[in-house]
Design a protein around this ligand. Structure first.
Ligand SMILES: *Cc1c(COP(=O)(O)O)cnc(C)c1O
Length: 395
């Protein structure tokens, strides 16, 4: 759990990192270890592992060899000293917040976090006597002011869902650290290929592994990376409360991360090309993509991201009616509430990122009903553009 980042390129780490110690009997691939518990010949050897004197496993709710290999892979990619994993992304988010916060604490975040995270902030944390302050997402002065008033946790997510707003991680992490806060960043949209928040000053970075790390829309998972002390606290909460990653899911994720670099590189290229094309379309009112020079935080994105990611959204002049006409015509997109897969996926906020909100709540959050969230896959960009072109004829 505590190794320095090997001096290798992320493309190489995606393929090789984390697997060595879990390989058995010459197998070149990590085994799926379906064993609830691990046996020892005598009490002393058993105690050595139980008390952490020698490495090993006791019970798979705590640790498991396949799950460990997945954690090691992501740990290396994030350049983190430690990592732990979860059954879903929301388990990673909720366990992290519950592990770090206590009654009377204050958490500062922004209005545009993932829908489930937003519900945690509004519905659940306040029940435990935790004060939540949600700032305007791109108002850095307001966020810094809220941080300076004192907070135990600063929770950021950038780029955001579904409007792709970008926050300056280095600037806000510095403010958070000065206030003594633990700085947590949800890096799901960017992936460690495009952005490494720990290198920008964050204390913990987390992912919904369901999205780009999984990349094939067939597995759920979550992961948290950071300093050994903080990861240990989050791990301890998870091993007691039980949202452990399943070994089969860990195996699928290991296999997926091997192609993470290739997939993300292609998705970065495709998304930039499509965003530029959409900008020229008369039926399109607005295109949200951090890689466009027209994006309000393009300069920040260019500074902290190595690529701008595979997520974009665009608003149609014709509003929700136009969205309802255009979406069924897309041949090369699943209409589904997911993102980050090899296939392109499209949907409106009303059935994807902000399904939990009323139209009034979405309007208050600045999310137009005429928006389409478009998760770019690894297909040929020309084919995707042709598909969008024929679909937009009815906009
Ligand atoms: C999907 C998502 C989550 C939640 O992950 P699950 O695996 O669905 O629980 C958290 N944050 C972001 C940014 C997401 O896109």
């Amino acid at each position: 759990m505590a190794e320095k980042r090997p001096d290798l390129d992320p493309a190489t780490l995606s393929v090789w990192a984390g697997e060595g110690e879990s390989l058995v009997q010459g197998a070149t691939q990590v085994p799926i270890v379906y064993s609830a518990a691990y046996g020892y010949p005598d009490v002393e050897a058993w105690l050595d592992v139980a008390l952490g004197r020698t490495p090993g496993h006791i019970y798979s709710r705590n640790t498991n060899p396949t799950v460990h290999a997945f954690e090691e892979k992501v740990r290396a990619l994030e350049g983190a000293p430690a990592a732990t994993s979860f059954s879903t992304g929301m388990a990673a988010v909720s366990n992290t917040l519950h592990a770090l916060l206590a009654p009377g604490d204050r958490v500062v975040s922004v209005k545009d976090t993932y829908g489930g995270t937003n519900r945690l902030f509004l519905d659940f944390l306040p029940r435990f006597g935790i004060e939540v302050e949600l700032c305007e997402t791109t108002d850095h002065e307001q966020i810094e002011g809220a941080i300076a008033s004192g907070c135990a946790v600063l929770y950021l997510e950038t780029p955001t869902n579904p409007t792709l707003k970008v926050m300056d991680i280095a600037r806000l992490a510095a403010a958070g650290r000065e206030a003594g806060a633990t700085v947590v960043v949800d890096n799901t949209f960017a992936t460690p290929i495009n952005q490494t928040p720990l290198a920008l000053g964050a204390d913990l970075v987390l992912h919904s592994a369901t999205k780009y790390l999984g990349g094939h829309a067939d597995v759920l998972g979550g992961v948290v990376c950071g300093t050994p002390e903080l990861v240990e606290r989050v791990f301890h909460y998870r091993e007691i409360t039980g949202a452990a990653l399943d070994p089969m899911a860990a195996y699928l994720l290991i296999r997926s991360v091997k192609t993470l670099y290739l997939r993300v590189e292609r998705q970065n290229e495709n998304a930039l090309r499509i965003a530029r094309w959409l900008e020229e379309e008369p039926a399109v009112a607005v295109v949200n993509y951090p890689g466009l020079e027209s994006h309000p935080q393009h300069e920040i994105a260019a500074r902290q991201m190595r690529g701008f990611g595979g997520m974009l959204s665009f608003g149609l002049e014709g509003g929700f009616g136009a969205v309802e006409r255009v979406l069924p015509r897309l041949r090369l997109a699943h209409r589904a509430a997911n993102l980050g897969a090899v296939e392109t996926i499209a949907g409106p906020p009303a059935t994807t990122s902000h399904v939990e909100c009323t139209p009034e709540e979405r309007a208050a959050m600045g999310i137009p009903e005429g928006l389409i969230r478009y998760s770019v896959g690894i297909e040929d960009a020309g084919d995707l553009i042709a598909d969008l072109e024929q679909a937009l004829e009815v906009a």
